[in-house]
Design a protein around this ligand. Structure first.
Ligand code: ATP
Ligand code: MG
Length: 455
């Protein structure tokens, strides 16, 4: 009835034709009930994974052994993956992260009990219907994230569930049921035992929902353990005439504003940068004799802090570099001139070759979000940024020079005119020429550029 896709149905039917029991389970059931876009299909079955592999293979379905230690194989039907996992429970977690033993069981209800949240603990079968022993359907209607069973026990078995709760709450716009919430705060410390890279993945998942502001507002005890660098933002009074809010509150507003400006479609880079843009304010804070707060080069320090923490969390390099640049540049002065726009594009192109236009627009959205999240009289600057965005579009349309490759001369020209040896010096000279062109001090014309190289 929920329209299980045919490719997944063929896996389920093959297992059942061989005398095993199989259900669609987890995320697909949840999303189908929500009417949310189609999701990977997971199947849970009474068949041992070896039997599942044998049966599917004999039906001509390709199978990969993707997680046999947990009883999982992946069937590939028409290029689509379907995870098939043997009914299992996990016994006695002693270190908050590794089930000591995976035990296969023969009752699907046992398998549903080991799942994290009620909304993720439903199974569906085209004939037998919905199997929902933990009230997941009601919680979907109520908009609640509720642990299956005793929340404290469940979070102490596997502390990653703490972050998963926050991720699902953000993604679905749900609240956390009070007992589960109480356990979240209490068990968040368990995250210290979780591998950084798994924390990184969940955190990235949270940021990518576009609702990280909710997590900052409601789940700071959890985020603060996952990313200790965020903790000092809490209630940090900026003592600045430009700011009406403390750093955390301001950060929340900026995260919300970037979604507003992008219709909920902010890029992953922009979302991360919004979260991190003021991360170094507390550590660069000083006060003058009047009590007013100053921040010594906080975007520069922040870019570094942000890079280090994202590396620790094993996030991808091609995410870290642009986020670092956005944090670094978010306070730079830009104006609606060709020169200012070319300089901005040049900086991004240098850090992230080929990605400058997109990142320059992200920067303007970040600056606009930053402006509207300060005091009212600064918010007026957001309107100025509209003009700046127009200037950026115009500059790109007219094919502005901002990349080394756009220059009318190249490395061999530099070598033959100056006589210097091939090496990093050539790049430096080209960079110098590019800056001169971008600044409008030299035209991008071969003769002129070559002449400027003759001393
Ligand atoms: P999505 O993949 O869209 O984020 P999902 O529900 O499919 O959502 P997965 O991480 O793919 O989430 O996990 C599949 C199912 O496995 C979940 O729905 C849940 O039932 C179970 N599960 C996953 N991780 C855990 C965990 N740490 N503890 C308990 N159950 C889990
Ligand atoms: Mg999934």
């Amino acid at each position: 009835a929920y329209g299980v896709p045919d490719y997944a149905l063929s896996v389920l039917r093959a297992l059942e034709a061989a005398g095993f029991e199989a259900w669609v389970v987890g995320g697909w059931v949840r999303d189908a009930l929500l009417g949310a876009p189609c999701h990977d299909v997971d199947i849970t079955t009474s068949a041992h994974w070896r039997d599942a592999e044998r049966v599917l293979d004999s039906c001509g379905i390709a199978v990969r052994e993707t997680g046999t230690a947990h009883g999982t194989v992946t069937a590939i039907v028409g290029g689509k993956p379907v995870e098939v996992t043997t009914y299992r429970v996990e016994s006695s977690y002693t270190d908050h992260r590794h089930p000591d033993d995976v035990v296969f069981v023969d009752d699907v209800r046992e398998d549903l009990k080991r799942r994290d949240f009620t909304i993720n603990a439903m199974a569906y079968h085209p004939e037998r219907g919905l199997l929902d022993p933990h009230g997941g359907r009601d919680d979907l209607d109520l908009g609640l994230i509720r642990a299956v069973g005793d929340p404290r026990l469940r979070f102490s078995e596997d502390a990653l569930r703490v972050l998963r709760a926050v991720r699902f709450a953000c993604r679905l716009g749900f609240d956390v049921e009070p007992r589960t919430q109480e356990a979240l705060a209490r068990c968040a410390d368990g995250l210290e035992d979780i591998a950084n890279e798994r924390i990184g993945q969940e955190l990235d998942g949270i940021v990518c929902t576009g609702a990280v502001a909710w997590a900052l507002a409601h789940e700071m005890p959890v985020l603060g353990v996952a990313v200790p660098e965020l903790k000092p933002l809490v209630a940090f009074d900026q003592r600045s005439p430009y700011h009406a809010y403390d750093v955390l509150e301001h950060t929340m507003r900026v995260c919300r504003a970037v979604e507003e400006f992008t219709g909920g479609n902010a890029s992953r880079e922009l979302r991360w940068a919004a979260l991190m843009h003021d991360v170094a304010k507390p550590i660069t804070f000083t006060q003058d004799e009047t009590g007013r707060g100053h921040f010594f080069d906080h975007p520069k320090v922040g870019a570094r802090v942000c890079e280090l923490l994202m590396r620790r969390l094993a996030l991808p390099h091609d995410l870290i570099i642009p986020v670092r640049s956005l944090v670094r540049l978010h306070d730079h002065v830009v104006s609606p001139t060709s020169r200012s726009m070319r300089r901005t594009l040049m900086k991004f192109d240098k850090a992230c070759p080929g990605r400058a236009p997109r990142l320059a627009f992200d920067l303007l959205d970040l600056k606009r979000a930053d402006a509207v999240s300060k005091v009212d009289w600064v918010a007026g600057y957001a309107i100025e940024l509209d003009g700046i965005e127009l200037a950026l579009r115009r500059e790109l349309e007219r094919g502005a020079t901002y990349r080394m490759g756009d220059l009318a001369v190249n490395g061999s020209d530099v070598i033959s005119v100056t006589g210097i040896k091939p090496g990093p010096g050539v790049g430096l000279i080209l960079q110098g020429l590019l800056s001169a062109v971008v600044n409008g001090d030299l035209p991008n014309e071969r003769e002129e550029l070559l002449r400027s190289l003759q001393i």
